[in-house]
Design a protein around this ligand. Structure first.
Ligand code: AMP
Ligand code: ZN
Length: 492
């Protein structure tokens, strides 16, 4: 099994060869902690969590270092902190905002089944490293000082624009005319800037007297360098980060360290839309991770459902996040829960691993889950047949489809043990009391029993009784297992 990964740097799928198989190193740009993370932010977190799991499987848990940072110094953070806590001194307000937001982020992504990365560096803990980078770049002529700013001179780097495949000439031609007076070239970008009163500030590098703060790009170069070294294996993030963020990270790190690459493989996830539209506050379709768990479209969605829905689309494709996709994910998981068997020593199937190793082809891996689920269902019937025949041999349990299904689900980070396949019926806290909810569950199972016994009159009577309580039923069949499933919702 060879792992192949699509590399944005070469625009090709390539066999993955770590620099040091005893220490495979990956960096992913993490959140800027000024607001609740939205489901678009969840995408890179989930995608690279799957890659982290795969790398740990291939090279051993002790041989993978995954760094995912927290950006806790940023203009948006400063503005939001003052807005939210106007009565506090700004530095205290900033600390309160970033701590609260980081804690909520951790809670959100844990519920999505995401493993903690090996290290989670915070920008504010790496200011010294950022200052050193600035000094080095000024010393070797790749950066200069202008009006208390440190700027990177993009013209000093012959292949600036290589990741994004943009030429400097084109970029300069397209640049706005109102270029800041302290910039020598219109595309030169800020490594360090002076702080206004009330903004977080640190002693500046490059002999600048005014205290200042780092630009965004230098933060990641400093944290990646500190934890993963000057050249490492994989760098990831959303597709929007290719330019300018990753291009600039590359420029800073390569020019400071005199290397020909910063990371060998650059990976980018596609963007997430909601019901076919760009997610935005003004369109009213902005969904935070927390909201999904609390209440979205009348339900509080389990983390497994959101995670599974996210993996249904290949990471490089745009993804359309919708209630329909979540419903489908619920139905599929409910079927899997029925047929999977947790057998110690079992591993995912060969086809499942091959699919993941092919540039994280999760849709193909999920098709394999459906196949295993069908086999497991058939196996149950066949085994009961066989057991009635004398001398029948039972297949080795850990290689059975049911066991492979369970192992594959857990490989994907889907905690099926705690997944309640009847979760839709557990939405009691939305608008229904515990008692009512228990009553509904009881009526639904009585109705399913009546339907099984082909007692249609009784089944209809129960449907009407529920309707009178304001409960609407949705009958469905698990498309893979054929098992009858009934979901309910409150009539609106
Ligand atoms: P930000 O906090 O905006 O810097 O974003 C954090 C991460 O989420 C980055 O890797 C972004 O590329 C990613 N991201 C932001 N919005 C979306 C979206 N709608 N779809 C997919 N990824 C996103
Ligand atoms: Zn970054």
């Amino acid at each position: 099994m060879t792992l192949t990964l699509y590399n944005t740097l070469t625009r090709r799928k390539e066999p993955f060869e770590p620099i040091d198989p005893k220490n495979v190193r990956m960096y992913v740009c993490g959140p800027t902690v000024y607001d609740l993370a939205h489901i678009g932010n969840a995408r890179p977190i989930i995608v690279f969590d799957v890659l982290f799991r795969l790398l740990r499987h291939l090279y051993g848990e002790q041989h993978v270092t995954y760094a995912r940072n927290i950006t806790d110094v940023d203009d948006k953070i400063n503005a939001r902190a003052v807005e939210r806590f106007p009565e506090m001194p700004p530095t205290e307000a900033i600390r309160k905002l970033t701590e609260e937001t980081t804690a909520q982020f951790h809670k959100d992504i844990a519920a999505l089944g995401v493993l903690p990365p090996t290290v989670e560096p915070r920008a504010t803990d790496h200011i010294a490293e950022m200052r050193v980078l600035c000094d080095e770049l000024v010393a070797n002529g790749h950066a200069y000082v202008g009006e208390d700013h440190v700027l990177f001179a993009v013209g000093s780097m012959p292949d600036y624009g290589k990741l994004a495949r943009r030429s400097l000439e084109e970029m300069e031609a397209g640049a706005r005319v109102d270029v800041a007076p302290y910039k020598r070239g219109p595309m030169d970008f800020v490594l360090w800037k002076p702080s206004k009163p009330g903004e977080p500030s640190w002693p500046s590098p490059a002999g600048i007297a005014t205290p200042g703060r780092p630009g965004w790009h230098i933060e990641c170069s400093a944290m990646a360098g500190k934890h993963l070294g000057n050249v490492f294996d994989i760098h990831g993030g959303g597709i929007d980060l290719v330019f300018p963020h990753h291009e600039n990270e590359i420029a800073q790190s390569r020019c400071a360290h005199g290397t020909s690459v910063m990371a060998n493989v650059w990976m980018h996830n596609g963007f997430l839309q909601v019901e076919g539209e760009k997610m935005s506050k003004s369109l009213g379709n902005f969904v935070t991770i927390k909201e999904l768990f609390d209440e979205w479209r009348g339900y509080s969605w389990p983390g497994q459902v959101a995670r599974f829905a996210m993996l249904g689309t290949h990471y490089r494709q745009p993804i359309d996040f919708s209630q329909d996709a979540l419903d489908q994910a619920s139905i599929a998981l409910s079927g899997f829960k029925t047929w999977a068997a947790d057998i110690p020593g079992a591993s995912p199937s060969r086809e499942f691993m091959d699919a993941l190793s092919d540039d994280l082809n999760t849709p193909r891996a999920i098709a394999e889950l459906h196949r295993l689920s069908q086999l497991a269902q058939r196996g149950v019937h066949e085994q009961t047949d066989r057991m009635t025949k004398p001398g029948a041999m039972l297949e080795k349990l850990e290689a059975s489809p049911a066991a492979q299904l369970s192992a594959s689900l857990s490989f994907l980070g889907l905690d099926m043990e705690s997944y309640d396949r009847n979760w839709v019926q557990n939405q009691s806290r939305l608008s229904i009391s515990e008692e009512q909810s228990a009553k509904i569950a009881q009526l639904i199972s009585a109705r399913l029993a009546a339907r099984k016994a082909k007692n249609w009159a009784e089944s209809d009577r129960i449907r009407d009784e529920l309707a009178a309580m304001g409960i609407q039923l949705k009958d469905g069949k698990d498309p893979q297992t054929g098992e009858a499933i009934t979901m309910w919702e409150v009539k609106r």
